[in-house]
Ligand binder design. Sequence first.
Ligand SMILES: Nc1ncnc2c1ncn2[C@@H]1O[C@H](COP(=O)(O)OP(=O)(O)OP(=O)(O)O)[C@@H](O)[C@H]1O
Ligand SMILES: [Mg+2]
Length: 275
Amino acid sequence: MARDPDSKVVRPFAFFRAGVQSDPSAARRPILVFEDVYKYFRRDQPTLRGVNLTIERGEFAFVTGPSGAGKSTLLQLVYRKHTVDTGRILFCGKDVARLKPKSIPYLRRNLGIVFQDFKVVRHWTVYENVAVALEILAMPKRLVRSRVAEALERVGLAGRGSERTENLSGGEQQRVAVARAIVTEPALILADEPTGNLDPHLAIDILTLFEEINATGTTVLFATHDHSLIAKRDHRIIGIDEGRVVEARTGLRSWPGAEERAASDPASGLHAVAG
Ligand SMILES: Nc1ncnc2c1ncn2[C@@H]1O[C@H](COP(=O)(O)OP(=O)(O)OP(=O)(O)O)[C@@H](O)[C@H]1O
Ligand SMILES: [Mg+2]
């Protein structure tokens, strides 16, 4: 017997998951590939120039670099806020730029997106802010209730569903946003400066929360310019500078002197490893 009698309703995501179901080797292929991606907001100056990048399933990677480097743009191209000008972005093997408008909701259902400013509806309850991600999928109420309760528990907000979101602290509001991002069980989480509005110890708490989510198999791309946060961990670092990827494969701690450099000049904590 199926574990979940509502599985047909719970998983209307066949568009991206079908690849894995019909072809088990898809699970071993990268979840996200950038192939020579260029993005121009201005004709004379590309924001991203020749980005090549492969993210494996289950990875946790920081995306970092100075302000204006193109970190947000990189993530926004994945969720089709913008479209690449040349090159390709493959998410679960599908070319994101070639998705028809009617397919974009399917793409986004398979992505969890978390922003610096939380983007929660302040006058809604905690429950409503998380449930909305499932209600737009027309999921039965009973199932929404259990999935929201589970997501709130995972982010440390068990039992807080009936509170008005604006009465929560900043760190708690970001947890609500994380719960909303994970409640649909996306394959990939895109977090754009999710700790940018939080003080340092709350930033570590939120980073740890994303790491716990990653430990359950969800791939996480975590954009931040906060070198002190990056230096505390040993995750892969994707550095972006003037629209190019300058990548370090392991954490800053593995670079002799990197922490001191980051401390004395936050903008120079990264340098090109190759090229
Ligand atoms: N919608 C847009 N229209 C025009 N230019 C844009 C747009 N989005 C980004 N840009 C430009 O692209 C460049 C990269 O911006 P992006 O927001 O990706 O940088 P970032 O690395 O996220 O910076 P920050 O650390 O400040 O968030 C900037 O020069 C920015 O002005
Ligand atoms: Mg940004």
